[in-house]
Design a protein around this ligand. Structure first.
Ligand code: GLN
Length: 197
């Protein structure tokens, strides 16, 4: 059985676990580095990126997770998780994991409404739009050459993939639509199991 670790220091980690469990995957809460053993993939939930980054540093999770991702472990970040994955944060804050070649801008959609839902086109999961929940969401300002843009909202990049790294601005774990989790498991985690690391 596939085993996915969900970083569980702050934020919406239980909702991700619920969705992954519904898809038949075993999950473990990552709170300390000993929880990183024998994982097939990692999920970084939404929440508050400064707190998540700070706690991950305190608990000694930054270096080992960065190393795992550099060695090929798939990782999927949502909202604050996307900020934690970015190599550059446009406000000039210190980056956290810094595993994705993107520049991210925080709280991009925060002002007009704190939380809203929008139908997003995302070809990789099919032609039916995804009901995306945005909560003080970030967007991607610019991407490196190996980063694939998977979706935009009002012209702004809100979903990206760079090899085995997937990051999105919104919260699929708060909906009943599991297509993005399925995409991560079937198109990113599953193929990575075939390559020897
Ligand atoms: N605004 C939060 C941040 O900057 C992200 C919000 C979220 O994860 N829903 O970290």
């Amino acid at each position: 059985m596939m085993k996915i670790g969900v970083v569980a220091v702050q934020g919406a980690f239980r909702e991700h676990q619920r969705m992954l469990n519904q898809l038949g995957v075993d999950t473990i809460e990552i709170k300390r580095s000993q929880h990183l053993e024998n994982l097939n993939g990692i999920v970084l939930p939404g929440g508050e990126s400064t707190s998540i980054g700070k706690l991950m540093r305190e608990y000694g999770l930054i270096e080992p997770i960065r190393e795992m991702v550099q060695q090929g472990t798939p990782i999927f970040g949502t909202c604050a998780g996307m900020i934690v994955m970015a190599k550059t944060i446009s406000s000039g804050e210190e980056p956290h994991l810094a595993v994705m070649d993107v520049t991210v801008s925080r709280n991009s959609f925060g002002r007009q409404k704190d939380s809203f839902e929008a139908d997003l086109d995302m070809d990789v999961i099919g032609s039916t739009p995804f009901p995306a929940v945005f909560i003080r969401a970030p967007h991607i300002e610019s991407v490196g050459e190996n980063v694939r843009v998977l979706s935009r909202y009002q012209g702004r990049i809100v979903a990206v993939q760079e090899k085995h790294c997937l990051a999105i601005s919104f919260h699929p774990e708060l909906t009943d639509d599991s297509r993005i989790h399925q995409y991560f498991l079937e198109k990113i985690v599953q193929p990575s199991l075939q390559t020897v690391r």
